[in-house]
Design a protein around this ligand. Structure first.
Ligand code: HEC
Ligand code: HEC
Ligand code: HEC
Length: 278
């Protein structure tokens, strides 16, 4: 009986360790066209390891550490800066902020034909994180008056949101796409990821261009619009499944900054903050 159990355990561990996420499966079935490789060659030749400039942050999301260390486990930051967004002056600060709690693939890997689900993942080891309200930054403020004093210790009981704050949110937990109960993303330790790293460090420009074209073939150049997630209907993310309370869902879905972004009709348009009040 025990032996059978051990065999079952081993075989499930084996298939777990060897199963491929959907992204890698797609890469294995992709052959970039010569046009894609040509385009990629141009991008690789133009690509520089840009030094991070200090002025990429705008208030009220104050200057943070220049590097986001929690991105170190992402396959994407093998080549991309962390934070990765530099081009769109309007949105880069917000998109870089989101990389602290949302995996790159959630926004950039959205194949049309498959139904993905989203869960919290510990990006360090790829394990699933139990959904719960404390994983969100948005927390309900609790009035001090509701605090109870324990008669035996005379110490006030910590309020739930104070506890959550004290524990500090774990920056390695990110909302990640799953397909058939399996994370779509590629870990840094994966053989393909390691080979890519080597190639990026010491490969020839042609090799790099071909690999870059392959990696980006199933990806979306642009991320989703703010409203794709900050929306009550047909949201990309099922916030309740991610552990959000009704209060948190309401705050995220009716987020005023994302509503402000929805007013932009094109990349160059300027809207004054004053019009938020109208
Ligand atoms: C092997 C290196 C490498 C890896 C790994 C990599 N990228 Fe890129 N990526 C590049 C280069 C080079 C560019 C060209 C623009 C630049 O220089 O930043 C680029 C461009 C992009 C763009 C802009 C659109 C485009 O095609 O030019 C997006 C979006 C992007 N990458 C997302 C990702 C995501 C998401 C991942 C992880 C799943 C990833 N990349 C992994 C090298 C890489
Ligand atoms: C919340 C959604 C979201 C997440 C998470 C996200 N991106 Fe993006 N990304 C976007 C959007 C939207 C754009 C289009 C340009 C913009 O609005 O900044 C973009 C554009 C880009 C570009 C091209 C433009 C540029 O600024 O260089 C690259 C490269 C890129 N993303 C890489 C990444 C990588 C790498 C990660 C993970 C570390 C990531 N993104 C995570 C939404 C996201
Ligand atoms: C892939 C889904 C997704 C996209 C796309 C997205 N967001 Fe978010 N955003 C979230 C989630 C989830 C949170 C809540 C994180 C938390 O509470 O921990 C959030 C939080 C925020 C917050 C912080 C809210 C607060 O009260 O702390 C702001 C501001 C915000 N988003 C603005 C934007 C803007 C602007 C865009 C588009 C340029 C955008 N978001 C696109 C998922 C998304």
């Amino acid at each position: 009986m025990t032996r059978l159990f051990i065999i079952l355990l081993c075989s499930s561990l084996y298939s777990w360790a060897h199963a491929e996420g959907l992204y890698l499966q797609m890469l294995n079935n992709t052959q970039p066209s010569s046009e894609q490789i040509q385009k990629s060659l141009k991008k690789v030749e133009e690509h520089k390891d840009i030094a991070l400039r200090e002025d990429l942050e705008v208030p009220p999301f104050h200057k943070r550490n220049k590097q986001i260390p929690s991105l170190g486990h992402s396959f994407c930051t093998t080549c991309h800066l962390s934070p990765p967004h530099t081009k769109s002056v309007r949105s880069r600060t917000f998109m870089n902020m989101h990389t602290q709690y949302i995996a790159c693939e959630t926004c950039h890997f959205r194949p049309e034909a498959v139904q993905l689900s989203y869960q919290w993942q510990d990006t360090r080891d790829g394990s699933l994180v139990q959904a719960r309200p404390e994983l969100f930054r948005v927390q309900k403020p609790v009035k001090k008056t509701t605090q109870s004093i324990q008669p035996d210790t005379m110490k006030p009981e910590p309020l739930p949101w104070q506890e959550a704050k004290a524990k500090k949110i774990n920056p390695f937990y990110k909302v990640t796409p799953f397909y058939q109960q399996q994370a779509v993303v590629l870990g840094r330790n994966n053989a393909f990821a390691q080979e890519t790293k080597k190639l990026w460090e010491s490969g020839g420009v042609k090799e790099k261009a071909a690999r870059r074209a392959l990696i980006h073939a199933p990806l979306s150049e642009k991320g989703p619009k703010c409203q794709a997630c900050h929306n009550e209907e047909k949201s990309l993310l099922d916030l309740a499944t991610l552990g959000a309370t009704a209060y948190q869902m309401d705050k995220i879905q009716n987020n005023i900054i994302s509503q402000f972004f929805a007013r932009y009709k094109d990349e160059k348009q300027q809207i004054r903050i004053m019009s938020l009040l109208r």
